[in-house]
Write a protein that binds this ligand. Structure first.
Ligand SMILES: [Zn+2]
Length: 71
């Protein structure tokens, strides 16, 4: 059985436990335009920008929106 060889101090233990929560989720990056999280190297779903230029026009929510969305 694996046993700890040396005693770890409470300071060392607490410093380790202080870092369990990450500030940003892994595998996401922040959009330069609107600041929302999006998948890297993909068009931002919030504003439709990629690499600083508009690629996909995101429709406003006040439009028809009847197709396909029945929630
Ligand atoms: Zn964006």
């Amino acid at each position: 059985m694996a046993n700890p060889k040396k005693h770890h101090t409470a300071s060392r233990r607490d410093k380790r436990r202080a870092h369990w929560k990450r500030l940003t989720l892994p595998g996401f990056s922040k959009c330069l335009q609107c600041g929302t999280l999006h998948i890297p190297h993909r068009v931002c779903p919030g504003c439709g920008f990629y690499n600083g230029q508009l690629v996909v026009a995101i429709e406003a929510k006040k439009g028809k929106g009847d197709e396909g969305s029945s929630r």
